[in-house]
Design a protein around this ligand. Sequence first.
Ligand code: SF4
Ligand code: SF4
Ligand code: FES
Length: 332
Amino acid sequence: MAQVTFRIFRFDPEKDKESRYQDYELELEPGITLLNSLNRIKSEQDSSLTYRMSCGSAICGSCAMRVNGHALLACKTQASGLVKDGVIQVDPLGNMEVLKDLVVDLEPFWKSLKQVDPWLQPDVSDNPENERLQTPEQFQRIDDATTCILCGACYSDCNVLGVDQEFLGPASLAKANRFIFDSRDAKTRDRIEFISEMNGVWDCTHCGECSTRCPTEAKPLARIMEVREAAMQAGVHNNNGARHALGFRETVGRSGRLNENYLPPRSVGFLNIPALIGLAPVGLRMFMRGKNPPIIHHSIDKADEVRKIFSKFEDYRHHPTRSSRPDDGASD
Ligand code: SF4
Ligand code: SF4
Ligand code: FES
């Protein structure tokens, strides 16, 4: 059995002015989880150590915490794989205030979740007498999104939430997906429109951290991309994010390269004078620091090839059954 140092974040608001780390030594028996290691430390060494846990089976979502800087479920993770130079560093989840030791205030997480109306809203105008049925295929469509256990690991490690707490966040957007694609829900359009606005799906920077940290198949980034696609297909374009994506496609599709000067006015709307004026200070700051994109682009090798790829994708988008799929290896 290996001797390991658990370096654990400690903070008791009733005693401590500042947080600190406390080291505990533990012999790791083979197969022990991080949660059971903490349980052993608590019962054998220090009963004041505070953390959340309940099921011990990766179901309730309460034991999420950060280890070596990344969120995970303590009951689902073997401690031996977390050792770095003889140490396992354990911290509370990020993007939320610490209440005590490894316990954070989840209120911002719940608040964000409530904003997406995380319950089924069927059409009840026909006064149904029985439950609404789903085919296995219809359930399959939402199967992954329904596996979210609301552990908060994705919320903890989302980079956008680190700088903007108004962002709805990965778990809420994945939850919105779960109802948008539910065959029994009648608020699909309203839901898509709501999360296409500011702080919704288009504010995600697709860093992928949420999906990497997610202990289930909910994988928020994949769910976000599905909703973006659904928004495009439903014609929900009257927002900055969708216009930005369309502008990106237009400029690269036309010339084979990205005209960054085109994107800001395309995103806010060419006739949206107040928003265009609002962009001026940013443009000026970029100019002063020499960071503004060139007006006339340098020539780029094979830009024509990029244009052809876009044209092929456009063709496929409009005629998906044609044999000229973008990935069919056609030499054009
Ligand atoms: S992919 Fe998007 S939602 Fe997920 S962590 Fe990154 S910015 Fe946040
Ligand atoms: S999406 Fe994944 S990481 Fe986020 S709360 Fe749900 S289960 Fe946890
Ligand atoms: S204790 Fe329930 S998910 Fe870990």
